[in-house]
Design a protein around this ligand. Structure first.
Ligand SMILES: [Zn+2]
Length: 292
């Protein structure tokens, strides 16, 4: 599932390509993914794109906003005259021409720049979703934080989660440390990929009870979480199932996986075999020798 680096990569792309444009039309092809009245946003101008954990909020100039959660396989892809040279969406599974059968919502955007207009047929933001777990909600800006997903979000690395807060959260939980750091209500942004890699980086066994993590280990883990998230962000996210950036291009973090997805391969630190187990229902990868 896309995590902080992937969703932030999308946010940066939206910031670049859709801010400043107005919404000319909205086409909802799969009503179950869409809540709210499209008429509330038609004609409104996009003024900002914010991210809260793995959630995105497109802010409009008429007191409305578009809240989006891409869940497991959502994609937000921009097509317009500025990016007319960009080729097809990279992933064969969902890619190809746009819109396609996995495109469930289309936003037609108005291009103000007359010079750009000449070359293209307009601009579109496509929402594709293979598994259809994602959602789009039209809500008043001041009501975003009342939506269940946003209301329940825990503090986030690089924002309001500092080490002291992190240490306190860890010291109070009986959960396995990996399950805890992925719990979006306790702390937001870290999912399966970066939880696995951060625990490897910090040399901590993912199955250990959070309560038994020492302050020194907690510090190592906190720093490791920041390190792997930063690496993910610098790589433009990890493209595993269907993540692509707003131009439809793959990220690169999958080339840097430390343990995630590396079952049976050699540990990059001690050459032992990477094991895979299930923990909290999720595939968990670790080195039994150097993660203790
Ligand atoms: Zn090892």
């Amino acid at each position: 599932m896309p995590e902080l680096p992937e969703v932030e990569t999308i946010r940066l792309g939206l910031q670049k390509y859709v801010v400043g444009k107005s919404i000319e039309d909205v086409q909802v092809r799969l009503p179950k993914m869409f809540t709210g009245n499209p008429k509330d946003i038609i004609g409104a101008k996009i003024i900002d794109v914010r991210r809260f954990g793995k959630g995105l909020v497109i802010v409009l100039d008429n007191n409305y906003s578009i809240a989006i959660h891409i869940k497991l396989t959502g994609q937000l892809i921009y097509r317009g005259p500025e990016v007319s040279k960009v080729s097809k969406v990279s992933k064969g599974k969902i890619g190809g021409e746009l819109p396609n059968k996995w495109t469930h919502v289309l936003f037609k955007l108005k291009i103000k720049n007359e010079k750009l207009k000449i070359n293209g047929e307009g601009a579109y933001l496509y929402y594709n979703d293979l598994r259809q777990f994602g959602w789009i909600k039209i809500v008043k800006i001041d009501e975003v934080q009342k939506l269940p997903f946003f209301k329940e979000l825990g503090p986030e690395p690089f924002k309001d989660l500092d080490f002291e807060k992190f240490k306190t959260i860890v010291s109070k939980s009986n959960l396995a440390i990996k399950v805890l750091i992925m719990d979006q209500k306790k702390m937001s942004g870290v999912g399966n990929i970066y939880a696995n890699d951060a625990l490897f980086e910090a040399k901590i066994d993912p199955r250990r009870s959070a309560k038994q993590i020492t302050p020194e280990e907690a510090k190592r883990l906190f720093d490791s979480i920041l390190k792997v998230l930063k690496k993910g962000l610098d790589s433009g996210g990890a493209s595993e199932i269907s993540f692509v950036n707003v131009l439809g291009q793959d990220g690169g973090y999958q080339k840097h996986f430390l343990v995630y997805g590396r079952e049976g391969e050699r540990c990059k630190r001690c050459s032992s075999e990477i094991k895979k187990i299930k923990l909290g229902g999720r595939g968990t990868y670790f080195c039994p020798k150097c993660q203790i």
